[in-house]
Design a protein around this ligand. Structure first.
Ligand code: ZN
Ligand code: ZN
Length: 247
């Protein structure tokens, strides 16, 4: 598996794209979250409209799903024919179709490829070829879900937004990589993770590597503190946009 951090920022960060991950398995692409600023970065990596097989959306905040209309428009323009699976922890179809209608009225009737919507609730599995998807709720200001993707060899966990729940902690056990949002330095907000809580999650989960994303702009400004944390914790990464990891 190859993972590209298309974006690592929060909603309003002027220096980073919205947090989004591109997973490559062979020639297949799987996209995790698609906010306002993500589609152009995605198409910088994608020149074959059939490559994208699944799209996971963690929750309905604009920095995680308002890029979907442009994503679909461009795939249409490129002549895609094969089905796209959109997967969410809550029912997705009505909101996605509404967003599409607002962005490009009457366009969806012309979409020439099928879009399949799947609700993946905790405890269930979605399988795409040798990939297994599992979800867990997070504690956020609206329903939001973390995702674990595993194949026979590797597994990784992406938090989306929000603090980890107990079921999320179970899901991240033993993962090769955890990508977690860390909005603040210390636990301060009810609905967001922090670097402090991520450090303890990494120890509890026995995970090899943890990448922190979606830091608030004020948190990014704590440069000395961040440098200290990274120097003391070699398994913690602070990826930049476009950075890649091989799992
Ligand atoms: Zn967000
Ligand atoms: Zn959010």
């Amino acid at each position: 598996m190859k993972l590209t951090f298309l974006g690592t920022g929060e909603a309003c960060d002027p220096n980073r794209l919205n947090t989004s991950l591109l997973l490559e398995t062979g020639s297949d692409y799987h996209l995790l979250d698609c906010g306002f600023t993500v589609p152009h970065a995605f198409f910088g990596h994608c020149h074959d409209p059939e490559q994208l097989k699944t799209l996971w959306i963690s929750h309905f905040h604009g920095d995680h799903f308002f890029g979907v209309p442009l994503l679909l428009l461009r795939l249409w323009e490129m002549g895609r024919q094969g089905p796209l699976h959109i997967i969410m922890g809550v029912p997705a179809e009505e909101k996605i179709r509404t967003a599409l209608e607002l962005a490009y009225p009457n366009f969806q009737e012309r979409l020439q490829f099928p879009v399949h919507f799947t609700q993946l609730t905790p405890g269930e599995k979605f399988n795409y070829q040798d990939l297994h998807y599992m979800s867990a709720g997070t504690i956020h200001s609206q329903p939001s879900f973390a995702l674990k993707i595993k194949n026979e060899k590797k597994s990784f966990y992406y938090s989306g937004d929000g603090r980890a729940t107990r079921e999320g902690e179970e899901l991240m056990q033993g993962c090769d990589l955890i990508v977690h949002e860390a909005f603040t330095l210390e636990d301060r907000l009810e609905s967001h993770g922090s670097i402090a809580s991520c450090l303890s999650l990494q120890i509890k989960s026995a995970c090899n590597t943890m990448a922190l994303v979606h830091l608030a702009r004020e948190t990014r400004e704590e440069e000395k503190e961040l440098a200290k944390i990274l120097s003391e914790n070699k398994d913690i990464l602070l990826p930049t946009d476009g950075e890649q990891l091989i799992l």
